[in-house]
Write a protein that binds this ligand. Structure first.
Ligand code: CDM
Ligand code: ATP
Length: 294
């Protein structure tokens, strides 16, 4: 038997680092927006030889238990007391080490599918397991627009529908690890604040007010990235000059997203990026669905 599961990506439209914990991890307040595109597709074949195998469409991506999806499957089998005979394949579309949560999303999708299939673990146990795999994994168990605190695992759902403005995602084709981004965070930025910005951002999303969304984006991890990689400043400035209301880095980067007033402006911005940057330098994801998200 083969089952399929979608593995969405995410943007952090707001990311404030509020504290550094003794174990080196950081506490944050972040607004997660799940994106149905780009997304990976995961298939789980339950009828293979004993063991867990993970393959992917992307040459060079870690396989088997070195892949986060494989580690998720093993953690599930152990916690549920199941002898696995699973072959997992990842059709990789989400850029890797991009700040879009790709590996975390695959891991979350595997946990969701396996528990949908076996129904062996209660939700709180599944959430606990997810967190052992990475800070972003709990969000990807059931991706929904939410404000997260803790290390990203305590959720306050955003009430009602949100209507995100037209968004354009641009991935500069080089990787940045989350560890690098957190290590290079200026300690002076750590602390509470910008609450008002987050509230305005949420209001902008609920009211479908693109300018209010664009004016209240925030990412504490972005500053070091702009300083280290001038290409990111060039991409951001190009998108703004081409008509985007604003552009910012998501999560630990280096992917940027632009907030546009209309789909027509988004098209112009995408075209300008494609003209100015070779496709080897930047991948443009333009067709991000616009429908309201619950
Ligand atoms: C930047 C975000 O994507 C925002 O959603 C996440 O905070 C990163 O989550 P992630 O990639 O799942 O992170 P993990 O794989 O758990 O951790 C990778 C590294 O990032 C740093 N890290 C991660 C999450 C966090 N809240 N504080 C941290 O300091 C740690 O140095 C850790 O060693
Ligand atoms: N299924 C997977 N998909 C992507 N990367 C994976 C996967 N499994 C293991 N990895 C490894 O994990 C590292 C981080 O990749 P990932 O795409 O998850 O980063 P990211 O987009 O920055 O995630 P986040 O936003 O959660 O920090 C890469 O070096 C990659 O080799």
């Amino acid at each position: 038997m083969i089952e399929r599961e979608f593995s969405q990506s995410k943007l952090n439209l707001f990311l404030k680092v509020t504290a550094r914990r003794p174990d080196g991890y950081h506490e944050l307040e972040t607004l997660f927006l799940p994106l149905p595109y780009p997304a990976d597709v995961i298939t789980v074949d339950y009828d293979g030889a004993p063991g867990i195998r993970v393959t992917s469409s992307l040459p060079g991506l870690p396989e088997n238990l070195e892949n986060l999806a494989g580690r998720a499957a093993l953690a599930y089998a152990e916690a549920a007391g199941i002898l696995p005979s699973w072959t997992i394949h990842i059709e990789k579309v989400i850029p890797v080490a991009a700040g879009m949560g790709g590996g975390s999303s695959d891991a979350g999708a595997v946990l969701r599918r396996l528990n949908g299939h076996f129904k062996a673990l209660p939700e709180n146990e599944l959430a606990r397991l997810a967190l052992t795999l990475g800070a972003d994994v709990p969000f990807f168990l059931y991706p929904h627009v939410s404000v997260a605190t803790g290390v990203g695992e305590v959720f306050r759902p955003v009430e009602g529908m949100v209507s995100p403005p037209p968004l354009l995602v641009v991935n500069p084709n080089f990787p940045v690890s989350a560890k690098w981004a957190y290590t290079h965070l200026d300690p002076a930025r750590i602390g509470n604040g910008d609450r008002e910005k987050l509230e305005k951002l949420l209001r902008g999303l609920r009211e479908g007010d693109a300018a209010m969304v664009a004016g209240n984006l925030h990412n504490d991890l972005a500053f070091a990235l702009y300083e280290k990689f001038p290409l990111l400043r060039m991409l951001r400035d190009t998108m703004k000059e081409a008509g985007a209301l604003n552009a910012e880095i998501t999560g630990s980067g280096p992917t940027l997203y632009a907030v546009c007033e209309t789909v027509e402006i988004r098209r112009q911005v995408a075209q300008r990026v494609r003209e100015r940057f070779a496709k080897e330098t930047a991948t443009v994801f333009e067709n991000i669905p616009l429908s309201p998200i619950k």
